[in-house]
Design a protein around this ligand. Structure first.
Ligand code: ADP
Length: 742
């Protein structure tokens, strides 16, 4: 087994790198490894001395929420030379380091691969063989390999072998927020903005931000441009102006290219649009702002999972010579050989350089391709001039509101209106449907909804009575409704199931229906994430970060209560992302024995010098051991050693502008619902489908399957993927006399 492990960051910095370092350090220490931090990337590795230092548990405390990398990063010319790498090897050998975790982009991972491949020859040339066993010692040829694990750290999300790299989600949210800010000034002045994002070799940021921000045109390096692409762009933007689109946004990735391979400069687009469209066009180059700031909840969780995964692989597979990158593939942590990661990541760019765009797109994967298709669909759709004849569609947003619901309504309805289908919305969901409080949705209004929080249609919780069914049937007939999109949570799913149960009595219920999961509780079947969850998680993490900032002179324990109903997703994931010491979940419950243990650990921690402890409590983790009960218990037992405070976050969690992830998910599901309904209506099918996001992307399952997967007694799905992350949260935020920082 490896004895000493070094961790380093290299290349461009990315928000979330600190979270990855924290995870590697703490998991490594927990597994009994000696941990070293390499400062300043490969330059530090070549330099040695003070650049390679032992790290302790508390050295990584308090940096989970910080952007950049506390180890520093640099580009190193010396490491590119064999001599430089030999020096690096000698520094590692001096310290007995036999495992290395490198967090960085393709260049850094290439460096790690080269180091691992040359390791044995450098060791021999330095006369410092570390024989693996006695027999091999006799041969004196074999040298124990350096265990190398790379973690993808790049805001560009340009690495093969992972769906997301550390930092990309934060960068994306920066861009989307910038687009929101620009939208208001653009709308006020009827301006067109050209926005340039980072991504020299990859269009991920421009594409996804364009999708989330409702851009009018997106230019990415992976797409083959037609010779007269600017003519098309001008036509599309001109059409959008004609239908009254209030403002226009053109997203350009740094690496976008003309058909002849020359790069498209954003100034060029500004000039073309200014002269040809006669518009007031402004250019915004977002630059390094995209890299900065605290990492999002997603980046912290991803980095933590990858960091833990790296140590676990090194420790649990001592006989495997590791030279892999760990990535997030279909929501699981998977290893890909470093050589393959580097070769395929660089191959995408080579394919682009050689004009093989289709191949480049294929290598980027299905989500990228589907998103490009969707963004193009959404930028080009306009209201149809002629009405379709096979009926209208009703959209409703049920249950509690959830950030991103508006985007789902907007995209679904616009896709349907584009095909000539009239779309109606039920005010406040089922009560509106029963009372006939139904409005026809207008294209122009829908355009404004994409960014907004809450639900423009209004939501409502409601329990059906027998008198409601004939009224619903009557209203469905009155508006010629032949398809239903229901966006909501647990209650909405059950209400749609009620309608299906009454199909025999009411023929009007024999229509195709699509359910879109939207609830911050993430308690729905057939999906890993529901719309709104990401915003809520970021709201909680943001609040906990602020609570941390208040940790001053006084020693305090905070019990922070979060939503989630019978599902512990928000409590567990926000504990993981914020470094909270404990999460009380409904899945595991709370008992007195555990609370007493917590009291004991708390006392020891504060006696050992700890200043702040954060407990996250799901609102329904226990009926009797409430947030206030826990506060009083801890206060009584603290014997003035520390203060106890509570923070019940309440509706703050569901507020605010939806994050990029929620808007993208909403747009993907909204369009999927629209196209599924169009097909069903064309073919007179009456299926009821439930949409979900799983490893394979957005997919649909029959309602009957969703109902089977719901644990109706407990109010959550029978299988909850995130519970597997519980041991990670517990092990990293351990506290007690020996671990005094979170
Ligand atoms: P990123 O990791 O963000 O892609 P770079 O491409 O600048 O950043 O690479 C970071 C560092 O990795 C380089 O400064 C260099 O020290 C090392 N590196 C990159 N490519 C190689 C290579 N082919 N051989 C050895 N080291 C390399």
């Amino acid at each position: 087994m490896a004895k000493a492990l070094a961790v380093m960051t290299s290349g461009g910095d990315a928000p979330g790198m600190n979270a990855a370092i924290r995870a590697v350090v703490r998991r490594g220490l927990d597994c009994g490894l000696e941990i070293h931090g390499v400062f300043n990337g490969y330059e530090g590795l070549v330099e040695g001395g003070e650049c390679i230092r032992r790290l302790k548990w508390e050295d990584v405390g308090g940096n989970l929420q910080k952007g950049g990398t506390f180890l520093g990063t640099a580009r190193s010319e010396r490491f590119r030379t064999e001599e430089g790498r030999r020096q690096a090897v000698s520094h590692l050998l001096d310290r007995g380091i036999d495992a290395l975790v490198v967090i960085g982009g393709d260049g850094s991972l290439m460096g790690a691969h080269v180091l691992a491949s040359e390791w044995a020859s450098h060791v021999r040339s330095l006369g410092r063989g570390m024989p693996v066993s006695e027999e091999e010692e006799a041969e004196a040829a074999d040298v124990a390999p350096l265990q190398v694990i790379g973690l993808p750290g790049s805001i560009d999300n340009d690495l093969y072998g992972t769906n997301m790299s550390i930092g990309a989600d934060t960068a994306l949210n920066h861009i989307v927020r910038a687009l929101d800010d620009l939208s208001s000034t653009a709308a006020s002045h009827q301006r067109t903005f050209v926005v340039e994002t980072m991504g020299r070799h990859c269009g991920y940021l421009a594409l996804m931000a364009g999708l989330a921000g409702g851009a009018s045109w997106v230019l990415v390096p992976e797409e083959e441009m037609e010779v007269r692409w600017h003519q098309k762009m001008i036509e599309t933007l001109g059409n959008a102006r004609e239908i009254g689109r209030p403002h226009q946004m053109v997203m350009v990735a740094e690496g976008a290219r003309h058909p002849d391979g020359l790069s498209i400069r954003s100034e060029e687009i500004r000039n073309i649009l200014g002269t040809r469209l006669g518009a007031d066009v402004r250019l915004t180059v977002l630059g390094h702002i995209q890299r900065g700031g605290p990492p999002t909840a997603f980046d912290r969780i991803l980095a933590t999972r990858l960091g833990v995964g790296a140590v676990d692989r090194i420790v649990s597979q001592p006989d495997v010579p590791h030279c892999h990158m760990l990535g997030l593939v279909k929501n699981e942590i998977e290893a890909t050989p470093l050589a393959e990661v580097v070769e395929k990541s660089q191959r995408i760019w080579k394919e682009i350089e050689e004009g093989n765009y289709a191949r480049a797109l294929e290598l980027r994967g299905g989500t990228f391709q589907n998103s490009l298709r969707l963004v193009k669909t959404l930028t080009r759709i306009t209201p149809a001039r002629e009405k379709a004849e096979n009926g209208s569609v009703l959209v409703l947003t049920g249950g509690a509101d959830s950030p991103g619901m508006n985007a789902a309504v907007s995209v679904a309805a616009r896709c349907l209106l584009n095909q000539g289908v009239s779309v109606f919305g039920a005010r406040d969901a089922f009560p509106g449907l029963i009372q006939g409080n139904i409005l026809e949705l207008d294209w122009h209004e829908l355009l404004q909804w994409i960014h907004g929080p809450g639900s423009e249609l209004g939501t409502g919780r409601y329990r059906f009575t027998e008198e409601d069914y004939p009224r619903i049937a009557e209203n469905l007939r009155k508006y010629n409704i032949k398809g239903l999109v229901a966006i909501g949570g647990w209650g909405t799913y059950l209400k749609v199931a009620n309608l299906v149960e009454h199909r025999e009595s009411f023929d009007a219920f024999n229509l195709p229906m699509v359910l879109i999961p939207a609830t911050i509780d993430n308690n729905l079947p057939c999906t890993e994430f529901s719309i709104g969850v990401d915003t809520a998680l970021n709201n909680i993490v943001d609040a906990v970060d602020k609570i941390r900032h208040t940790a001053g002179a006084t020693r305090r324990t905070f019990v922070v209560e979060v939503m989630g109903r019978q599902c512990g997703f928000l409590a567990l994931m926000s504990a993981l992302a914020s470094g909270a010491e404990k999460a009380y979940l409904p899945e595991t419950g709370v008992d007195l024995e555990e609370l007493l243990k917590d009291v004991h650990v708390l006392k020891e921690s504060f006696a050992g010098g700890k200043r702040l402890v954060i407990y996250l409590r799901n609102e329904h983790s226990s009926r009797h051991y409430t947030t206030d009960f826990i506060r009083r218990l801890l206060e009584e037992e603290s014997r003035d050693q520390f203060e106890v405070r509570t923070a019940i976050l309440g509706h703050v969690q569901r507020g605010g502008i939806p994050t990029a992830f929620d808007r993208i998910l909403a747009s993907r599901m909204g369009s999927c619902a629209a196209f599924a309904l169009l097909e069903a209506m064309r073919e007179s099918k009456i299926d009821v489908q439930v949409l979900g996001l799983s490893g394979a992307g957005v997919s649909s399952s029959p309602l009957s399957q969703a109902l089977q997967e719901m644990d109706l007694g407990r109010g959550r799905p029978k299988r909850q993927w995130f519970m597997d992350l519980m041991p990670i949260a517990e092990s990293l935020a351990k506290h007690g006399p020996s671990h005094v920082c979170s």
